[in-house]
Design a protein around this ligand. Structure first.
Ligand code: SAM
Length: 277
């Protein structure tokens, strides 16, 4: 990711989506980290989850890879334990990182990142092949990502608002940064790569938005600005705030709960455990 394309900042992420590294009890239980495990974390972000895993593998080691220079810098500053390292790497091309694909890893882990990494159809096979190469025989690939139907209302609303503002549907679709596959697609893809699929499941998990900040960096608005940055980038800068407002206005009654005014996004998580034969 070039510096100019790097939308991530640890501050905006924690205000708009601080729940992402926290809502991980199930995928962490599937990882079942053992004290000596050597684990590769794909799309580690600013590293709180990577550091949490590092603490559970005192004689092991974890390497976090991410394409955001800003996130990798924050991760390196905040998480300095000896068995936890971070490296700037576009994970569409993991093989560029020789130590990552040397076949020595017990586990490859990923949380909330593969739906970005797998966006481009042409690079998908290579990602799975590289993860397979990274693992020892018998090693496991454990991940959670957005699955079919994830944040469907937000996704459709942004597309519709872009079209209502004069952008072609094809342009709006092209700008979407996510790939949310079904469990059927994922099972086939893992099997095609050579993995034995032990689990592959979808979970519907409505998720409460963070509180809205005065500067627009949290809440529904903050989520749309951060996670939907690529889709908003088709709009000229002077009109972007207005488009965000239109998206929030449409979503208001869809995502707000009557009992207390809280707002929920309908997350759908796709989780899998796949073993290298
Ligand atoms: C929602 S964050 C999740 C971060 C972290 N795993 C967590 O649970 O908090 C998504 C991450 O995917 C990373 N990402 C997106 N595309 C990527 C790519 N092509 N290669 C590596 N990382 C990528 C982003 O930089 C970001 O850190």
């Amino acid at each position: 990711m070039s510096q100019s394309n790097d939308k991530w900042s640890a501050e905006a992420y924690s205000k708009a989506a601080g729940f992402v590294p926290k809502l991980t009890t199930t995928v962490i239980s599937y990882l079942s980290a053992q004290p000596t495990d050597k684990i590769l974390d794909i799309g580690c972000g600013d590293g709180p989850l990577t550091a949490q895993i590092a603490a559970s593998i005192p004689q092991g080691h974890i390497l976090g890879l991410d394409a955001s220079a800003s996130f990798i810098q924050t991760a390196q500053e905040n998480h300095t334990s000896q068995n936890c390292n971070f490296k700037l790497q576009d994970c569409r091309r993991i093989a560029e990182c020789a130590e990552a694909v040397d076949g020595s890893w017990d586990k490859v882990f990923s949380n909330a990142a593969l739906h970005w990494i797998l966006r481009e159809p042409s690079t998908r096979d290579a990602v799975f092949k590289d993860v397979y190469s990274a693992l020892k025989p018998g090693g496991i690939f454990v991940f959670e990502m957005g699955g079919k139907g994830n944040v469907e209302a937000v996704h459709s609303t942004i597309l519709s608002v872009l079209v209502a503002n004069g952008y072609a549907l094809s342009t709006a679709r092209e700008s979407c940064p996510w790939f949310f596959p079904s469990d059927t697609w994922m099972t086939r893809q893992l099997q095609k790569t050579g993995f034995e699929v032990e689990k592959c499941e979808l979970e519907y998990r409505p998720t409460k938005c963070t509180p809205k900040s005065a500067d627009g960096s949290g809440g529904l608005e903050g989520w749309i600005k951060l996670m939907g940055a690529e889709m908003l980038s088709v709009v000229e800068e002077s009109k972007r705030e207005d488009v965000v407002r239109q998206v929030c206005d449409v979503l208001e009654t869809v995502v707000t709960r009557e009992e207390d005014g809280s707002q929920y996004l309908n997350y759908v998580r796709l989780r899998a455990v796949a073993r290298k034969a």
